[in-house]
Design a protein around this ligand. Structure first.
Ligand code: MN
Length: 383
């Protein structure tokens, strides 16, 4: 029996690489549903190639184009964000790959958990925004969440049966690792988009430059592996060969190593607990005569500090932080604000939005809206 996949965010970086993995193992995996936010042209191309049962485009403006292009195919066509949340419940789906960007991943992930679909989690913002809710639901519905993020896949592959005492979460350090604070005040969008090790979508590439991404991953790790943030250490490791490490109470440390190829963690998430034969280039350590590790600079990378603050505060604070960051990064990407303003928008929004200690789903929805509105006003005021 082939595993039936729903790939949410199929036109993004993780989505397209997931489809490459599917194409690599046609006897193991089949695409049941593809969803995209805006990139209707690529979605059409993917649908023609993989012939899924259904496709969804979140942006309803593209519905007619999609329907027209696929009229000779037996593919069901839907539009709108709600359709994405509904489609994940379809009976034949085994695994839901959540590869969309940002807060939009929350609702479909909840629905997929409630429908007992294995989650291959690539959308880290879901756990940043509402980690406690997601964790509660996953336990209640006994739905497995398998990490796709390379660091979390590494931890998942290392963890074994003993409790983890400490996680060492590695970070490439991004393009500004060696920049002074003065240099960082003047960096441009194209500087920030030049990631030294990974080719990814724009939003996560900016988050990697600010180290917000590592802050998100720390929060993601806390929820996935039940380890307190005090026991999650960030290690800047520019070679990006060690994808993360775990330490146990006897002092033993396990690490997972590999090339910088997201198809490895994707493959493992889809095939877990089995490992698949792969013809992809394998790691050759002669290429890396030196593996180095250093602590990150929390002064030059304030967003990493805010992530530790937000998770220590708890409640809806990480949700506020995430919403502000989404707006700030969008503002930076469309040249509305400067690089240092990203951290300002996030910190000011975190100070302003009302704190809720034990939020439920509706509180997260409300917080996200309030924080986005507030951050949007800040972005305008910085112009
Ligand atoms: Mn990662």
């Amino acid at each position: 029996m082939k595993k039936q996949l729903a790939i949410l965010g199929s036109t993004g970086s993780i989505g397209t690489q997931t489809l490459e993995v599917v194409a690599e193992y046609p006897d193991l995996f089949e695409v049941y549903t593809l969803t995209a936010n805006n990139n209707v042209d690529l979605l059409i191309e993917q649908a023609k190639h993989f012939n899924p049962d259904s496709v969804v485009i979140a942006n309803e403006a593209h519905y007619n184009k999609l329907k027209e292009a696929l009229k000779d195919f037996p593919i069901k066509i839907y539009a709108g964000e709600n359709a994405i949340s509904e489609i994940v419940e379809a009976a034949p789906i085994d695994i839901v790959v959540t590869a969309m960007v940002g807060y939009s991943g929350l609702k479909p992930t909840i629905r997929a958990i409630e429908a007992h679909k294995t989650i291959a989690l690539a959308n880290k913002e879901t756990l940043v925004v509402a980690g406690d809710l997601i964790k509660r639901l996953a336990l209640e519905y006994r739905t497995p969440i398998i990490p796709v993020d390379s660091e979390h896949s590494a931890i998942f592959q290392c963890e074994g049966d003993n409790p983890i005492e400490k996680i060492i979460l590695t970070a490439s350090g991004g393009p500004f690792r060696k920049f002074t604070a003065e240099q960082m005040a003047h960096v441009t969008k194209s500087d920030a988009l030049k990631h030294p090790k990974w080719h990814m979508g724009h939003k996560i590439t900016i988050d990697s430059a600010t180290l917000m991404n590592k802050g998100f991953e720390m929060i993601e790790a806390k929820w996935l592996f039940d380890v307190s943030p005090q026991n999650i250490e960030i290690a800047v490791h520019p070679q990006s060969v060690v994808h993360s490490m775990v330490q146990f109470k006897d002092g033993s440390v396990k690490a997972q190593l590999g090339t910088q190829d997201m198809r490895l963690p994707i493959r493992y998430a889809l095939s877990y607990p089995a490992r698949l034969e792969s013809s992809a280039p394998k790691l050759t350590l002669e290429q890396y005569s030196e593996l180095t590790f250093e602590y990150p600079d929390f002064e030059r990378f304030p967003l990493l500090r805010y992530a530790f603050d937000a998770v220590a505060t708890g409640g809806n604070m990480p949700c506020i932080m995430n919403a502000a960051n989404e707006i700030a990064v969008a503002g930076f990407l469309n040249d509305t604000i400067a690089y240092p303003d990203i951290a300002r928008v996030v910190s000011e929004t975190m100070e302003h939005i009302e704190f809720i200690e034990s939020p439920e789903y509706e509180d997260y929805v409300h917080t996200n809206k309030l924080a986005r509105n507030y951050a949007t006003e800040l972005v305008k005021s910085y112009q």
